[in-house]
Design a protein around this ligand. Structure first.
Ligand SMILES: NC(=O)c1ccc[n+]([C@@H]2O[C@H](COP(=O)([O-])OP(=O)(O)OC[C@H]3O[C@@H](n4cnc5c(N)ncnc54)[C@H](OP(=O)(O)O)[C@@H]3O)[C@@H](O)[C@H]2O)c1
Length: 277
């Protein structure tokens, strides 16, 4: 699909990758409907973004994706607007040892990163099927194919998303709706807090600019490829991990040793999640 033919519902448009993606899509000629939680942020972003026609800034729709009851209204609004691509980009982090994450943080990660995209896809499918060509694009992560210490729950959400994307792509294979998965590596946005930055420094993990992920998103939509993972050595690690995951276990001792300790005050019942790629 050419970007100029795409009418994209972009979730998480107010975030680091979302803002860069909205700009890259618009510059490539796509129309964009921005989704986030804050009407004020969305209206300001819509005004600030480049637009082919200054009189018609980007459309936007504010809602909390963690509230399953709002997803139908979002799908209806996107359908009326003529959406033929949905980019599931909204997400929350979840970095830290499993014992450091509260049950509430664990549920939030799975709710927003996995369940919300599944439910929104389900609500949008009748509309997308009626298009000549349509796309469902998931912004996952390298950690959707490579499990790292500190990312058990976040990784589960992104592995789940990738499994959902692969099965759905095959399920919809004889129709107009293509399904794609983008796996960025660690990216410089507010998603990653100081603990993640320290972990990345200690493990020699490189970080991309959000524009790198945004460019890759536009290329993925235009290419029609099933999935794409970003960065080296991350792409190689993803491949090796697919072939022989057990062999790679020993390669991540430094990552394990670089994790913040599980503090008693952040044990289940009182802790917070950190950022994550
Ligand atoms: N940054 C990385 O290192 C990295 C690497 C690989 C993959 N990713 C993935 O890339 C995506 C975007 O990440 P980012 O770095 O751009 O994160 P970010 O800057 O923290 O932005 C997150 C976005 O998600 C939205 N969001 C959060 N909770 C929401 C909710 N309950 N309902 C609706 N929207 C909600 C936020 O909207 P508000 O403005 O309303 O808060 C914001 O637009 C995520 O799926 C993430 O997993 C990130």
């Amino acid at each position: 699909m050419k970007a100029r033919d795409a009418r994209v519902l972009l979730t998480g448009a107010t975030g680091g990758i979302g803002q860069a993606a909205a700009g890259a899509l618009l510059r490539a000629g796509a129309q964009v409907m921005l989704q986030g939680r804050s009407p004020a942020k969305l209206a300001a972003l819509a005004r600030a973004l480049p637009s082919a026609d200054a009189a018609t800034p980007a459309a936007w729709h504010a809602c909390d994706l963690a509230d399953a009851d709002t997803l139908g209204a979002l799908a209806d609004a996107a359908g009326r607007w003529g959406c033929n691509v949905v980019v599931h980009n909204a997400g929350v982090p979840g970095f830290g040892r499993l014992e450091s994450l509260t049950p509430a943080a664990l549920q939030q990660v799975l709710q927003l990163n996995l369940l919300a995209p599944m439910l929104l896809t389900q609500a949008l499918l009748p509309h997308l099927r009626a298009q000549g060509e349509a796309r469902v694009v998931f912004v996952g992560s390298v950690l959707g194919r490579l499990g790292l210490p500190g990312y058990s729950v976040y990784g589960a959400s992104k592995f789940g998303l990738r499994g959902f994307a692969e099965a759905l792509r095959r399920e919809l294979g004889d129709g107009p709706v293509g399904v794609q998965y983008l796996g960025p590596r660690s990216t410089r946005t507010a998603f990653n807090d100081d603990a993640v930055a320290a972990y990345n420094r200690a493990t020699g993990t490189a970080m991309d600019d959000p524009e790198t992920a945004a460019r890759a998103l536009v290329q993925l939509i235009e290419s029609g490829a099933a999935e794409r993972f970003l960065g080296f050595p991350e792409r190689l690690a993803v491949r090796l991990n697919g072939l022989a995951p057990g062999l790679l276990d020993g390669a991540f001792a430094k990552h394990r040793q670089s994790l913040p300790p599980a503090r008693p005050d952040t044990a289940p019942g009182g802790g917070l999640a950190h950022g994550a790629p």
